[in-house]
Design a protein around this ligand. Structure first.
Ligand code: BGC
Length: 908
């Protein structure tokens, strides 16, 4: 005993010995999560960050320790990486002893930097493993009787089971997932803080399960309850044709495993699957588009408690019919986020009682009611008022209606369970008196960490930024959706690729998209075609030829851009096959480098004019667009092949790229450099995707500029918009990009802002100046695609850009425009290595910029000189830490390592 204690103590102290004070190690992550539970990975990856006030701090060595106890006793140590010479602090792969399922692990890292020969140790972080292998699920799926399948019975079944515990519990985990959505309860308490679980994947192929630490919910006698709703699995979705269904099976079901680890070290699975009963309770129907019907009189609050029985219990049925795989959750699940108070009670001209929450959002409304038992309260949701009336025509077939039968208890909190709504306004029926304090709007979205911020001296631009952020929040519900309100809410690939870089600046979307890309690969057809929506509920694996340019290319664009932002080479490797399949498909449909394909959406929602005799509508030829994206996808695949050192592919795809380039030139560029079609999108794509021979580039820029000037505004749709300002500013016309950004008349980014928008609209003219609406059938007020301008704002107004040669912000660029329309701009971005900050402001005769660079990274800083002057440092130490400097007539260049810098440009 003494011996063990000695060893233990020695090891523990050795970890702490010699802390180099000037450095701290923080933000320890496993598989890109903070202290996750339920991770299936057999080789998890570790990342950490280093903070220091000193300049040019770089990690020189690290050493990772993993153990099964918090004191890292020798016996519990499963990995000691040894002291490794490396500057890498991200994506360190576990190489220790095989990990056991349902087990908690402790880890810590020692870091050495160039500041000292002594190491700094991080705090101790943890993670716990999931069930890891399918065979560890020695339980059955629990479902209802055949007659109660979702077609004949829309009600939500409430499943109930009980178990006793007679030993001291050390920890207990519930692993659970479902076909349909679930909410689990133990002893009257809701399990966890996740909603709309288990999220949405390619269900026939894989379903994610969740792991909850339920130790604190347990007592000697326990009741467990599980409620199921139809969810994405069985509920009506846009692609569901009558009589068909989204996924296989016709009964909602769940599978669970409750594992208890006792103080004495033993482990037990406590629930007997043959003992589940079910009954029908308060949820009479629930559907994502249509909402929920809930009768509070049909459920006792304590239904999931031990000993509370329901006279109408039926025996649940055990089945073993799932053909896919169960995998642990690899993305941040949906949680309750902002809670918004009701702003105003409005009585519309036709007498409707409407509450305005002041913000278009995705989630639901929670409320308390003073009504009598049996009163029926209906809450319908809408995004806008039209002619002062509650407007729902743009929801198309989605009802967005929650109906509640009250139980007379004024403390009861009503909320739906297996649905969500996109709304700013609600219409309330069935309540005599409405107290605004009783109503709260709850935003629901995937719980991704905020990574970036942006603010400026222009309030309209700040509102645009807020709209972009809310567009992301409202459409990142486990998958990236087009919109959250009408009968779509699907993972449209084109929208996702257009918005990806903006999304990546604002939130840590790595896990979110890594997970979605796995489903993309599962749903990709054998011929390589990428479906238009992921998960694919539109085509359901029916053989299909053709896929839209700019939509299917999400596979190459997102995979590559994710690599640039996060620098995760392993992920790129995982995506490579899927990227290649799509490119090979396009190649199979091309002749001498010329690709056509079919089913193209084109430059979706470009500027168009009804009854257009002068031909002002900016129609871009779809074949030209397809050729441009074909070239772009080959190019990205080729870059990936180079990074992954796949030499054969490099040669092969370089050839394809050359052919595609020539074909574009031959077919779509005239001898004098006009592109067919002569639109902004054509020139933007040609320049962005590097499709032009050298001599035509200048002409393309001139024609683009002339086009923008002749319209006086943008004319681009989903495909051209993300790159329009980028191409202008990259070609010396930042002034024109700024003009487009600051324009507040239709069509522009700020026009919706001036019309009171709180999210990004699907159409440039969603609401016209005179209040008329652009369209009934396709007019969402929460579609993030045009929010892609965010990327340009961060890259140019803040000036922060990734450097392709050093992905994951290992080395990045800072080059703000210092545009004179702004007095100040500030942006932050929490990179792999820590927080990057750029903040500049203008006074009468000077510009001041503050820059922070985290340890382990560097920045190429280009400071333009909009006036004649000189950039000087505020601080000698900072100046002395500059790694390289070059002075030009119009800009000054610095290579900076980590640290906080302040510089001032003063007129000379
Ligand atoms: C969706 C879009 C999507 C498009 C395909 C629409 O109905 O809302 O955002 O990309 O269809 O053209």
């Amino acid at each position: 005993m003494k011996h063990i204690l000695l060893l233990t103590t020695f090891f523990f102290f050795s970890l702490h010995y010699g802390i180099a004070q000037k450095v701290t190690v923080y933000d320890l992550q496993v598989d890109d999560f903070y202290s996750p539970i339920g991770i299936d990975s057999e080789t998890p990856i570790f990342s950490w960050k280093t903070a220091s006030k000193e300049y040019n701090v770089n990690q020189t060595h690290y050493q990772v320790f993993v153990a099964t106890d918090a004191i890292f006793s020798k016996n519990s140590l499963v990995w000691n990486s040894g002291k490794l010479a490396s500057s890498e602090s991200v994506y360190t792969v576990y190489e220790g002893k095989p990990l056991s399922p349902d087990t908690k692990y402790y880890w810590t890292v020692k870091v050495w930097t160039n500041l000292s020969s002594r190491s700094t140790q991080s705090r101790i972080a943890t993670w716990s493993t999931g069930l890891m292998k399918l065979k560890n699920w020695d339980t059955k799926w629990i479902t209802v009787a055949e007659d109660d399948n979702y077609r004949s019975n829309p009600k939500s079944p409430y499943f109930k089971n009980e178990f006793k515990i007679n030993k001291k519990v050390k920890s207990a985990n519930l692993h659970i997932t479902s076909r349909g959505m679930y909410e689990a309860y133990i002893n009257g308490k809701r399990v966890g803080d996740l909603y709309l679980t288990p999220g949405w994947t390619s269900y026939n192929n894989r379903i994610q399960y969740q792991t909850y630490n339920i130790t604190d919910l347990l007592s000697a006698n326990n009741g467990i309850g599980v409620i199921l709703g139809k969810g994405w699995h069985y509920g009506r979705l846009m692609g569901t044709k009558k009589g068909e269904q989204n996924y296989s099976g016709n009964r909602v079901s769940f599978i669970s495993q409750l594992l208890i680890t006792y103080e004495d070290g033993t482990k037990e699975r406590v629930i007997d699957d043959s003992n589940w009963n079910y009954f029908y309770g308060a949820i009479l129907d629930s559907e994502i588009y249509n909402g929920e019907h809930y009768d509070a009189n049909l459920i006792e609050e304590n239904w999931s408690n031990y000993g509370v029985n329901n006279p109408e219990y039926k025996s649940a049925v055990m089945v073993d019919d799932y053909k896919g795989i169960l995998v642990s959750t690899s993305n941040e699940m949906i949680k309750r986020q902002e809670i918004l108070v009701a702003k105003e009670l409005i009585t519309t001209p036709s007498g409707d009682k409407v509450i305005d929450f002041g913000q278009n959002l995705t989630g639901w409304v929670e409320f308390k009611a003073n009504g009598k038992k049996g009163d029926v309260v209906k809450i319908q949701h809408a995004e806008i008022l039209h002619k002062e009336e509650f407007y729902t025509a743009n929801l198309r077939a989605a009802k967005q209606l929650n109906t509640y039968v009250l139980n007379g208890d004024s403390d009861h909190l009503y909320r739906p369970h297996f649905t969500f709504q996109g709304f700013r306004f609600i219409k309330i029926e069935g309540m005599e008196e409405i107290d605004l304090n009783d109503f709260k709007a709850v935003a629901l979205y995937s719980d991704m960490e905020q990574s970036g911020t942006f603010s400026s001296s222009n309030p309209l631009i700040n509102q645009l930024q807020s709209n972009i952020e809310w567009g992301q929040k409202g459409n990142f519900l486990d998958v990236p959706t087009d919109c959250p309100q009408r009968n779509e809410r699907l993972g449209w690939t084109g929208d996702a690729q257009a918005f990806f870089n903006t999304a990546g600046y604002l939130r840590d979307v790595k896990n979110f998209f890594d997970k979605w890309m796995v489903d993309l690969e599962y749903d990709q057809y054998d011929n390589g075609v990428v479906p238009s929506v992921i998960p694919d509920v539109l085509e359901n694996k029916k053989p299909r030829d053709g896929a839209s340019a700019g939509w299917a290319d999400a596979v190459t664009i997102i995979s590559w851009n994710s690599y640039l932002i996060y620098g995760d080479k392993e992920q790129l490797k995982l995506r490579y096959n899927s990227m290649k399949k799509w490119v090979d498909y396009m190649h199979s449909k091309s002749i001498e480098g010329s690709y056509v394909g079919n089913n193209h959406f084109g430059d979706w929602l470009f500027y168009s004019v009804p009854n257009d005799p002068p031909g002002r509508s900016a129609v871009s030829n779809k074949k030209m667009i397809a050729q441009a994206f074909y070239h772009y996808s080959i190019d990205l695949l080729l870059k990936a092949a180079k990074v992954l050192e796949n030499k054969e592919d490099v040669v092969h795809y370089q050839n394809l790229l050359n052919q595609a380039h020539q074909a574009f030139q031959d077919e779509y560029v005239t001898k004098k450099g006009m592109i067919a079609s002569d639109t902004q999108t054509s020139y933007v794509l040609a320049l962005k995707f590097n499709l032009l021979n050298e001599e035509y580039k200048k002409i393309a820029v001139e024609r683009l500029v002339a086009n923008v000037e002749s319209y006086g505004h943008l004319t681009t749709g989903f495909l051209g918009t993300p790159y329009l300002c980028e191409i202008l500013s990259a070609n010396g016309r930042a002034d024109l990009a700024i003009k487009l950004l600051l324009r507040d008349k239709y069509p522009s980014w700020l026009y919706p802002v001036t019309m009171g928008a709180t999210t990004i609209w699907e159409r440039w003219n969603g609401i016209k100046k005179n209040g008329d609406l652009a369209s009934e059938s396709m007019n969402s007020y929460n579609h993030y695609a045009y929010g892609a301008i965010g990327e340009w704002m961060y890259n140019n107004l803040v000036g922060l850009k990734v450097n392709e040669l050093y992905p994951g912000y290992k080395r990045f660029t800072i080059q703000p425009l210092f545009d004179e329309n702004f007095d100040n701009i500030s942006g932050t971005y929490d990179s792999n290595y820590g927080n990057i900050k750029v903040n500049w402001s203008r006074t009468n005769d000077a510009i001041l910029i503050k820059i922070s660079i985290p340890p382990n990274s560097q920045s190429d800083v280009f400071l333009n000189k909009p006036s004649i002057g000189k950039w000087t440092f505020n601080d000698k130490k900072a100046e002395g830490s500059v790694l390289e400097k070059k002075e030009d007539t119009d800009k000054t260049y610095f290579l900076l390592g980590s640290g906080d810098y302040q510089l001032r440009l003063k007129a000379e």
